[in-house]
Design a protein around this ligand. Structure first.
Ligand code: MV4
Length: 451
């Protein structure tokens, strides 16, 4: 095992990784921007290095500064958390060239999955069902129109370098295709510096189902079941749960085994997530994430497996100690992302937390790096905490969630806690009868109620 790990992140995930390191007896190095000098991850780490000014491009995304911080402190490995450099293949390659272990998959696996066309092609070869569509990039020509006609409208144009929903354009019919293609291309060029786009059948009301996987890079892999992340606003997840209220037991076992086998065959190393859209009993691969995700605790709650500890073990060269039959599922878990935002408008609400009281009790976990007196800086994402609740079944989980939300007090900044208090009382949420369209529709109706 490593003796010293540098954590190239901030906020709750930096603390999450730090805790796993402590349990494994690993020394920790925090890095921080000048805006985060008072942050909890800096206080709790064994050592810390200031890596630049507040803008992330000059600090948390500053590769030379982070490599220097490793050399100064003698860190043997870097955990990137999520966001920032976590899916940057060049960063993984640079660390390797410096004999520093990137705690994650190889640069090549990150690169393949970062190109959404190559990701789909790879998934299809590995036996994963994909959304019907183009097998390559498309241009505005007769071949594209013919393919769209064959697949059937509506179709969706997506950026190859995209992901996260940016630059997607729907074409409802043939007259719409040329416009969708050209706007998608110009937006992709602007956002990613790459105008390659591809075409898919548009699914109207799917659920977002993702499978958590762990591979050891030596051909062994397991899945830890699915998470349902259908409740999103502007491509930001709001509420995640496991198991999905929309799947039955045989679908769950089937798609989990498909994902685990693919990851094993790829020789993938570390934690990953295989993302699907699920509609009318069918799964369609859309993307694979090659990092630990924000919502990993819901899987930890129902499996008892510490995903970050497993990432550290595998990165240190240990074979996967888990066999699929040792992964068991118990009960139900829900995560709410608590943001420092206005719960109606979602306007960011940075500032000082003047009073802070997180909830507790049986089945309640709060992953947060804030404390009373802490000032939420305006430079980064507005996540201030994740409330993860576990129950023996979904009904118990919802009861506990409602209670925990009522107990959570954050003064001085606005938070999205009131949104979750509304959501737990909504019949569609209580019944688990939602899809990827439901939340935006709910928020639109709530903002402008029909008279
Ligand atoms: C889709 C889709 C419908 N049909 N692909 C959005 C982000 C990216 N990861 C994939 N996304 C979508 N891809 C096809 N062929 C609808 C979405 C989508 C979505 C997906 C998951 C969760 C929320 C969403 C919100 C809007 C659109």
């Amino acid at each position: 095992m490593f003796s010293k790990v540098l954590i190239a992140n901030r906020g709750e995930i930096a603390l999450r990784v730090l805790r796993a390191c402590k349990e494994l007896g690993i020394q920790t190095v925090a890095v921080h921007s000048t805006a985060d000098a008072d942050a909890m991850h800096v206080r709790l780490a064994d050592e810390s290095v200031c890596i630049g000014p507040p803008p992330a491009t000059e600090s948390y995304l500053n590769i030379p500064s982070i490599v220097s911080a490793c050399e100064i402190t003698g860190a043997e490995a870097v955990h990137p958390g999520y966001g920032f450099l976590s899916e940057n293949a060049r960063f993984a390659d640079i660390l390797e060239a410096h004999d520093i272990t990137f705690i994650g998959p190889s640069g090549d696996h990150i690169r393949v999955m970062g190109d959404k066309i190559r990701a789909k092609e790879t998934a299809a070869k590995l036996g994963i069902p994909i959304v019907p569509g183009s097998s390559e990039g498309v241009e505005d020509d007769e071949a594209t129109a013919a393919l769209a006609k064959e697949i059937g409208y509506p179709v969706l144009i997506k950026a190859a370098a995209g992901g996260g929903g940016r630059g997607m354009k729907v074409a409802d019919g043939p007259d719409d295709l040329s416009r969708a293609l050209s706007t998608a291309k110009s937006e992709a060029l602007k956002a990613f510096g790459d105008d390659a786009v591809y075409l898919e059948k548009y699914l109207g009301h799917p659920r977002h189902i993702e499978i958590q996987v762990l591979g050891d890079g030596k051909g062994a892999a397991v899945h830890l079941g699915e998470r349902d992340c259908s409740l999103q606003r502007r491509h930001q997840k709001v509420w995640e749960e496991a198991p999905s209220p929309g799947l039955n037991a045989s679908e769950r076992v089937h798609i989990g085994n498909v994902a685990a086998k693919a990851v094993a065959d790829m020789g993938y190393s570390g934690a990953g997530t295989v993302e699907f859209l699920y509609e009318n009993g069918e799964f369609y691969f859309i993307e694979m994430n090659t990092r630990v995700q924000v919502e990993h605790p819901v899987t930890e709650a129902i499996t008892g497996i510490d995903i970050v500890v497993e990432q550290l073990r595998v990165a240190a060269g240990a074979p996967l100690a888990l066999r699929q039959d040792q992964v068991t599922f118990s009960g139900h878990a829900i995560e709410c992302r608590i943001n420092a935002e206005n719960a109606q408008t979602f306007a960011p609400s940075p500032g000082q937390i003047t009073y802070y009281h997180p909830p507790g009790g049986l089945g309640v976990r709060v992953d947060s790096a804030v404390y009373q007196g802490y000032t939420v800086p305006p430079y980064y994402d507005s996540l201030i905490g994740k409330l993860i609740v576990h129950g023996r079944d979904r009904v118990e989980c919802l009861m506990r969630l409602k209670r925990a939300l009522d107990e959570y007090v954050v003064d001085g900044v606005q938070t999205t806690i009131p949104l979750f208090q509304d959501l737990v009382g909504e019949p569609a949420v209580a019944d688990g009868a939602y899809d990827i369209r439901w939340l935006e529709q709910f928020l639109a109706e709530r903002a402008a109620p029909a008279s």
